[in-house]
Design a protein around this ligand. Sequence first.
Ligand SMILES: C[S@@+](CC[C@H](N)C(=O)[O-])C[C@H]1O[C@@H](n2cnc3c(N)ncnc32)[C@H](O)[C@@H]1O
Length: 268
Amino acid sequence: MNIYDIDFGQLYREHMATAGRPKPAQAWDTRADEMNRTMGESGYVDAFIARMDFTACSSLLDVGCGTGAIALAAAPRLDQVIGLDYSPRMLELLAENARARGLDNVRPVRRAWEDDWSDIPACDIVVASRSTSVMDMADALARLDAKAKQRVYLTSLAGGRFVDPSLYAAIGRTPPPPLPDYIYILNILHGMGIHARLDYIENDNRLRGAEDFDAFAGKAASVLGELTPGERDGLKAWYGANPERAREGGAPFRWAFVSWNKTHPGRN
Ligand SMILES: C[S@@+](CC[C@H](N)C(=O)[O-])C[C@H]1O[C@@H](n2cnc3c(N)ncnc32)[C@H](O)[C@@H]1O
């Protein structure tokens, strides 16, 4: 057996099935307003846009666009932007944000990864930012590639975890299984004959920046769920053991930034 015998699409589907099913649209609806408030806070959007090449491009399709972090930042450089998402609230906020910025070239389209995309026009650039949590990655990547005339850019979690596993150990919980990460994507693309480029975007830990333990425990509960008094004690010991780590909220996480060209030989 060698690596060419491995069906990475199948392996991904099996891993995703054990890591829990992707969320329904309603779950994203309830997060939309909060996500919208924090959309521009980290350096993520700037880091994403800085890695894109807009040369000779006039249209962009943003899949899983959310409230428009990438679509809106890219729109001033383009004639037409399509923001595709299955969450109605995300799309409402995308439209509001576009209006507030005086952008009239952004079109929200309510659609899931899994729906029929036959009426979605091919665009010069196709983007999927932090939005590839799908059951069938091989299908998702084939769709992105099919809709791109020039270039594709996506980000996927590196390492499969948002929360430092040492935090789970500190409170005596078993960490959830890691989500399938970008390494499946590179291998599935390789199987499609696409030799993608790889870069990383560092992201602050979600628990970073609490000014004291109470604030930290509040942030931790919003991510880990309600803490019992015993779990809170464990968290306090973790917090006190390494103040620098505590300030950072634990290990940072990284987004893998994966991109490929449609037009160059070798497509990398
Ligand atoms: C973490 S947010 C990312 C939003 C935006 N791309 C960004 O980088 O800020 C993930 C987005 O993907 C959308 N999404 C998740 N699963 C989807 C699916 N199956 N079909 C369409 N959109 C989906 C969610 O509604 C949400 O807006």
